[in-house]
Design a protein around this ligand. Sequence first.
Ligand SMILES: NC(=O)C1=CN([C@@H]2O[C@H](COP(=O)(O)OP(=O)(O)OC[C@H]3O[C@@H](n4cnc5c(N)ncnc54)[C@H](O)[C@@H]3O)[C@@H](O)[C@H]2O)[C@@H](O)CC1
Ligand SMILES: Nc1ncnc2c1ncn2[C@@H]1O[C@H](COP(=O)(O)OP(=O)(O)O)[C@@H](O)[C@H]1O
Ligand SMILES: [K+]
Length: 504
Amino acid sequence: MKILTCTQQKEADEYTIAHNSILSINLMEKAATLLTDAICKRWDKSHRIVIFAGPGNNGGDAVAVARMLHLKSYQVEVFLFNVTGKLSDDCLTNIRRLHECGFTSYHEVTSQFDAPKLTAHDIVIDGLFGSGLNKPLSGGFAAVVKYINASAAKVVSIDVPSGLMGEDNSYNIRQNIVQADITLSIGLPKLAFLFPENEELVGEWEVLDIGISQEYIENAETRYLITEEKDIRPLITPRHKFAHKGNYGHGLLITGSYGMGGAAVLSARACLRSGVGLLTIHTPVCNHTLLQTCVPEAMVEDDVHERFFAEPAELDNYQAVGIGCGLGQEEITAQAVIEQVRDCEIPLVLDADALNIFSTYRNNLSYIPKNTILTPHIGELERIIGRCSNSYERISKAKDLANSLQCYIVLKGAWTVVITPEGLCHFNPTGNPGMATGGSGDVLTGIITALLAQGYSEEEACKLGTYVHGLAGDIARNKVGEISLKAGDIIEALPEAWKSLTKN
Ligand SMILES: NC(=O)C1=CN([C@@H]2O[C@H](COP(=O)(O)OP(=O)(O)OC[C@H]3O[C@@H](n4cnc5c(N)ncnc54)[C@H](O)[C@@H]3O)[C@@H](O)[C@H]2O)[C@@H](O)CC1
Ligand SMILES: Nc1ncnc2c1ncn2[C@@H]1O[C@H](COP(=O)(O)OP(=O)(O)O)[C@@H](O)[C@H]1O
Ligand SMILES: [K+]
């Protein structure tokens, strides 16, 4: 699913009106019908609905919703802010329609706003500004936002919380943005919804499909997409009857150190549950027995060192290598990692300590071969690119890094984003907060290494790997709940996740 900018959303509306023979006022009616349904589904008539409408089409939506709720016998009150004396045509039409159905609780605010008392039982509908916002809110509008935010009422924002920009909020004024409990987004989701710092502004969000022109969406250029199951399923290549283990690649995981053998176990088990033909684990001598016992399906190659990875492995017999889980950052390990990466000519995944080593020895970043997959969480990424003050800046800088290294970056978190060297950002929708637990990332490294070994392209391995990892996390959550979920549960759920993605 594409994510469009607010400017594109306006163009999409205009295109739909021009090419799908629908009048603008009727598109608004469709939006208002869906908004009203979503509100009625959540709250009954015992709640007073207090509607704040702005001068544009976001306000038009809100006034249309007021009429529909009134006709369903809800108790509704409308405050329309008309401070410049200029209202959009569709907003005016809806005000007229509201009056025509005998509605009397309508207040037009031109200068002085006598704010109603809001209680915890009231529902506020925020229709001040939507995708037409062109600068941060200030003055009277900022005061209304602060008053809404200070109230105990539940807040439903139409399209976006008023004051929030759809993409970049680096220069916005946070306290002048509505804090919604629910955002009902019209057409498509906005990029800003996927950023953790906006969670308390956007609340829970839902997309309402008002029938925006598919033709426009297909042709719209965007760098931001949300991966869907329908994008993932066709990527998976079925096994054929005469297949043998040699067809599915030999993967190598260079993982583990003294006291972090568990990371090696987790990544190896996940790799084996994701279809790799053969797996070897290169690990310090101290982990030999642990791995032979816990992962009998894998071969173990001992490093020369008792406790740490110290000497690069020979890569001739492998189709993919994953480096970094539980490696530690000893000086001897750092040198071995850099040398291993510099000379690597097969598909490569770098995680955890391998990334930390490159952030310490930054001069060696250029040794990372083209098309390598880097799987940092925010902390690991920022050790490389420097501290960022918000998600938009972080993603922009990550795109620059992906471009300069010609690598793939899997920036992990809720809404993990796969960034391609060309700067496309694929957001992953699966996964849950139960996965915020040590070892979850090691599982992902194992999965992606398995996919690379089987011959999936880097982009496919990143998208498919993050999707199935999150899906397994969701299956695990259903079994054990978010609090008890541990990394091993994700591995145990992988068979079900793979099965569900391959069944007809
Ligand atoms: N027919 C359509 O085009 C449809 C539009 N829809 C709704 O229309 C919205 C977009 O409507 P508009 O383009 O009219 O935009 P808005 O309603 O978001 O706001 C537009 C007005 O706000 C002013 N403005 C912008 N930033 C301001 C600021 N910081 N302080 C004070 N005033 C400011 C603009 O000058 C303009 O007058 C969407 O978010 C959606 O809710 C939906 O009804 C779907 C159909
Ligand atoms: N709130 C969340 N929602 C969805 N996925 C999450 C969430 N928190 C963590 N995850 C996933 O769990 C994994 C954690 O990886 P990482 O931070 O590297 O952990 P570790 O280093 O302990 O293995 C990532 O794939 C991340 O996307
Ligand atoms: K709004």
